[in-house]
Design a protein around this ligand. Sequence first.
Ligand code: PEP
Ligand code: MG
Length: 570
Amino acid sequence: MHGIPVSGGIAIGHAHLVSHARLEVAHYDVPAAQIAGELARFDAALETVREELGQLRTQLPADAPQEFDAFLNLHLMILSDATLSSTPREIIEAEKCNAEWALKVQTDALLAQFDQIEDNYLQERKADVIQVVERMMKVLLGRPGYAPPASDNERNLILVAHDLSPADVIQFKQHQFASFITDVGGTTSHTAIVARSLAIPSIVALHSARQLIRENELLIVDGTIGMIIVDPDPQALAEYRLRQNQWDLEKQKLKRLRDTRAATLDNVEVELHANIELPGDVEQVLESGGTGIGLFRTEFLFLNRDNLPDEDEQFEAYRNVVRAMGGLPVTIRTYDLGADKQINDAVNTSQNPALGLRAIRLSLTEPQMFLAQLRALLRASHYGRLRILIPMLMSAVEINQTLAFIAQARQELEDKFIPFDRNVQVGGMIEIPAAALAIQTFTKRFDFLSIGTNDLIQYTLAIDRSDDSVSHLYDPLHPAVINLIAGVIKACNKSATPVALCGEMAGDVRLTRLLLGLGLRQFSMHPASLLEVKQQVLKSNLRELVPLAARMLRTADADKLQTMLRKLNA
Ligand code: PEP
Ligand code: MG
């Protein structure tokens, strides 16, 4: 099967099918003698949820709106319907599987039917079915029944999922799987970005892998070209084991560059910083020799929980990172929530979430939440070199409002005599074409800028970065994209505004020389790509790159551009 490569390397292991991590459902065979017990467990869960819902109904305050009662009644009806109360029992018996899995299989079938209904009212009932199933699942998971035999070592497991949110994938960071593959997702979707940060071979957009692959099946994953082989023959297996060893050897060799200064052959220094999602990622940054953090995506602190992290909790998290980096610069981005990263894993009901209330737009409408984060950041700035970065800015009005909030947060700390770095730098992300085109508005107001090419490309080319059906159109080399990037770098260099690039392009070694040739000197990427990019920098001669890069800017022909890129990288 072929998909889109996300993270290179080769993994050989056994498939482990997963769904939504919040309700991660494992599939295992239940021996015949245990089936009766499994059925009883399912029935008991059904009864518990029925009681829960009944109790909620009796506890409704007298002045509660009528709809509440009707709503709970509806959930009770859904629960009692044979599609949920008896079909899963039949599945347990027929497939000899665990209750959670049977419920999941049946729910997937039900939801697929809902998707085919045109009627809006019935479409909306889908959410009710999901809520009832989630209640059931929680009870079942809290009351495990037959335990499956101790499975393979985690390191040999290949996670196979249909579609996972970035919030789901981040939970896998606590485990050490061999590989991660999904049916949907574009190259720069946040799901893919987090998968990449797991630093294991990963592939997205495999379309029907989740359906075709069976639990425990042997797989070879080639994350470099985006291909998997299901149930390989011994010859293929031997070939790939060899390739895997070669890959590991290459990685091992790269480690020698960890402490080497990143400079070109003509001795121009380049800063290679790292992107992180959680404070725990710092370890990997230091191992890869990153000389700073160029992007800490703080929104991940807000996911997979029922409450929001308060100011103190955030302060601790930011301070931990700043301290762990021991004086190296740490660029922390204010939360980019909305779109595909929702608090409480809520479903975004906006028609066009990527164009909606996201990132700084959301922050500006939630002053308390935004101020709490700004105060936490400022407080942490006292403990190291912290820089604040603002995502998704587009207009001068937003810049003014944002800077006013920062001034207010500073004042609040001053009033309470709480120390912070008075010279803390504030930067803006350039990830909307309007911002790139009106770059002077930004160079004038910010201490530094950072180009977010994932969104810049999404918005310039009108390609939804999480939709794999258009990911073949995603093209960092599109003349509009490289000219926008070049324009930003040029304007920044002219006005002496430090500029970095922190989108996935920064970690793509095929583009390193082009970006260097366009004048970029600060890159921020996943720690896993850092040493490879450093190796490329060390082998590059700027004097040769600059004229070629300038010629590429004037070329509109896609084939010619590819030829020129090959020449640049030769
Ligand atoms: C970007 O858009 O390039 C970026 C770095 O931010 P994110 O991927 O989190 O949207
Ligand atoms: Mg972005």
